[in-house]
Design a protein around this ligand. Structure first.
Ligand SMILES: C[S@@+](CC[C@H](N)C(=O)[O-])C[C@H]1O[C@@H](n2cnc3c(N)ncnc32)[C@H](O)[C@@H]1O
Length: 279
């Protein structure tokens, strides 16, 4: 990646040497336990009609946080595939599935979600979470998900709109705003959450629904998924923020959180579209 400001998506490459992998796994575990990912995981089951006996794929399953829930929902007569191109993340998913004795229902596979090795119409539901934000062409990825789902089945995408992230508190708001802008700049498709209604249309999906799962975060520790420390270091490296101001702004977040004045709004969406019935 030649553009130095592009700090986000490359770390999701298979075997990326950018971020230490143990740190990446810990990042995913923590992000999954906090809003908005946790809220979206809960809402998913209200929005998508997943039933016993169905076949579902979690495309870009990462460390597989959702796989046990899918496996329990489809039961022993169903089948769940977790697919990811990062072998070490899949290994973590494998451990999780094994710990819950769900190996008979869940199959873990390496692969690229843009070119999957499944015949057309293999699944009832294809779902993906925080993956389209990192793809070169999210609409093309949605088309590939559509291809592997049978007519009448569903494609589901859960993604943020990082441009819909607003933070207030007794903090250096200007410095925090710079960090948020840097985060947006570092992700390939920072607004893909809001674009899903249109992109699903372009991918040929019908009966689309875009459900906001927006979170208000009031504890500094729950802002971990915004990676403000990482983005602020880049701002200091580029001479856009002094080290002192960066440290002051980050400390201010903690203080604002302790005194109860911090509120951060994050735009997060679940989009569902149906594969048209064959003519
Ligand atoms: C933010 S993580 C998603 C986290 C996941 N939903 C979970 O619960 O752990 C993005 C994931 O997408 C995977 N990924 C990104 N691009 C991919 C591609 N083209 N093919 C397969 N996996 C991909 C990454 O390896 C990573 O595991």
């Amino acid at each position: 990646m030649s553009d130095k400001s592009f700090v986000g998506s490359p770390r999701w490459s298979p075997g990326s040497t950018g971020a230490p992998r143990a740190e990446l796994i810990e990042f995913l575990e923590r992000a999954g336990r906090a809003s908005p990912a946790r809220d979206a995981a809960e809402r998913w089951f209200d929005v998508v009609p997943l039933r016993q006996g169905q076949r579902v794929i979690d495309a870009g399953c990462g460390i597989g946080l959702m796989l046990p829930r899918f496996a329990r929902a489809v039961g022993s007569s169903g089948h769940v595939v977790g697919l990811d191109h990062a072998e070490d993340l899949l290994e973590r998913a494998r451990e999780r599935v094994h710990a819950e004795a769900l190996d008979a229902v869940v199959e873990l596979r390496g692969g690229d979600i843009n070119r999957m090795d499944f015949p057309a119409g293999t699944f009832d539901i294809a779902t993906t979470e925080r993956v389209l934000m990192h793809q070169e062409d999210p609409t093309a990825t949605l088309r590939e998900l559509r291809r592997i789902v049978k007519p009448g089945g569903f494609v589901v995408a859960v993604e943020p709109d990082l441009r819909c992230c607003r933070l207030d508190g007794n903090v250096d708001l200007e410095a925090i705003q710079l960090m948020l802008e840097r985060l947006v700049k570092g992700v390939r498709n920072p607004s893909v959450g809001s674009e899903l209604y249109r992109r699903m249309h372009e991918a040929g999906l019908v009966e689309r629904k875009l459900v906001p799962v927006s979170a208000i975060i009031t504890r500094a520790e729950d802002l971990h998924f915004l990676r403000l420390r990482e983005t602020s270091r880049k701002l200091v490296e580029d001479g856009l923020l002094s080290q002192e101001r960066m440290l002051g702004a980050l400390a201010g977040l903690e203080e604002s959180s302790r005194e109860g004045t911090l509120a951060c709004f994050v735009g997060y969406f679940i989009a569902v579209g149906r594969v048209p019935e064959a003519l």
